[in-house]
Design a protein around this ligand. Structure first.
Ligand code: NDP
Length: 304
């Protein structure tokens, strides 16, 4: 059972030698980020004693509390923050500076304190690209990419694909309203014909014939054990690869179907690890060993 989160109201100042890092969200009790980061910090401290004084917490912060939480955390000695539901978009007006990729994605998952204000980054795209490369041996620009979903995670995935050089990206969503929002936002930055939106129930036949198709599930369909797969994989070429951003449960209906069809497949734990490693690199300016974080993540998931 993961440790209980710290409540914002109960937060106290860290001793002066300590450096605080934390993930903020609501709900947050389920987060395994503290285990990943604290294991990586232990590894870093073997080479550099400074990191003995660094620690990573999880703090329960509701949507309405974020404007008060950020200056408070800075005063208490926190220097790096990860954001999860419901803060990734709402944080934007509270920041002093936002990097280009996060701006394109319209969402921030990593904050770094620069002495006077919070700077915002988004490491989800890096996490995704590294995960599909390491685990599925798939290069984004060399694949025909189909992203399922049009929420924050999907938008980060589509933006990363386009930035990495995919000629175009296919995007399928259940509701046309959210799909239109994603399309409008990204068409301000990228040529219109590079984004090919369609509703999930109307998958164009040509996609089913692509070689090197990479399907990325960025919907939340699969989070419940009984959820069905967002699409049918029947009839797809054997070169198709399937990446599901969901990691709990570790095998969604989509991944089960991919396994039965003999397709290469992977769940989202690797993305979680690589986005975390990148965030820790931003905060520490050190190279972080994602392998040891990954081993820790697998251990934590097995126990949960
Ligand atoms: P959002 O709530 O912003 O988006 C949810 C998406 O799922 C929408 O496109 C929504 O479609 C779709 N959806 C929800 N229910 C259904 C359904 N029954 N059938 C079809 N589509 C559905 O969530 P996020 O974008 O933040 O996250 C999406 C997923 O990605 C989550 O499962 C999250 O856990 C995972 N994630 C994993 C990360 C990792 O590191 N591995 C990082 C970030 C996210 P509609 O618009 O029609 O409602």
């Amino acid at each position: 059972m993961p440790d209980l989160p710290i409540q914002l109201s109960g937060l106290s100042a860290l001793p002066s030698e300590k450096v605080g890092l934390a993930v903020l969200g609501y709900p947050i009790a389920h987060s395994i980020s503290p285990s990943l980061h604290n294991s990586a910090l232990r590894k870093l401290s073997e080479k550099d004693e400074r990191f003995v004084h660094w620690r990573y917490d999880k703090i329960e912060v509701q949507a309405s509390e974020l404007p008060e939480a950020l200056p408070k955390l800075a005063r208490m000695g926190y220097r790096g923050i990860n954001l999860t539901i419901p803060h990734k978009v709402e944080v934007l007006p509270l920041l002093d500076w936002i990097d280009d990729e996060a701006n394109l994605m319209g969402a921030v998952n990593t904050l770094a304190w620069d002495g006077t204000g919070w700077k915002g980054y988004n490491t989800d795209g890096y996490g995704l690209e590294t995960a599909v490369s390491d685990e599925l041996k798939a290069s984004l620009p060399a694949s025909s990419v189909l992203v399922l979903g049009a929420g924050g995670a999907a938008r980060a995935a589509v933006a990363r694909c386009l930035l990495s050089g995919c000629e175009c990206v296919w995007v399928a969503n259940r509701s046309s309203a959210r799909l239109e929002e994603l399309n409008e936002a990204l068409c301000r930055e990228f040529e219109q014909d590079r984004i090919r939106p369609f509703v999930l129930s109307e998958i164009p036949q040509e996609i089913m014939e692509f070689q090197n198709l990479l399907i990325i599930n960025a919907t939340s369909l699969g989070l419940a054990q009984t959820d069905p797969s967002p699409i049918s994989l029947s009839g797809l070429p054997s070169s198709t690869k399937v990446y599901d951003m969901i990691y709990n449960p570790p095998e969604t209906a989509l991944l089960k179907e991919a396994g039965l069809a003999g397709l290469a497949r992977e769940n989202g734990l690797s993305m979680l690890v690589h986005q975390a490693a990148k965030a820790l690199e931003i905060w520490t300016s050190e190279q972080v060993c994602a392998d040891s974080m990954f081993a820790c993540a697998k251990e934590v998931m097995q126990k949960s």
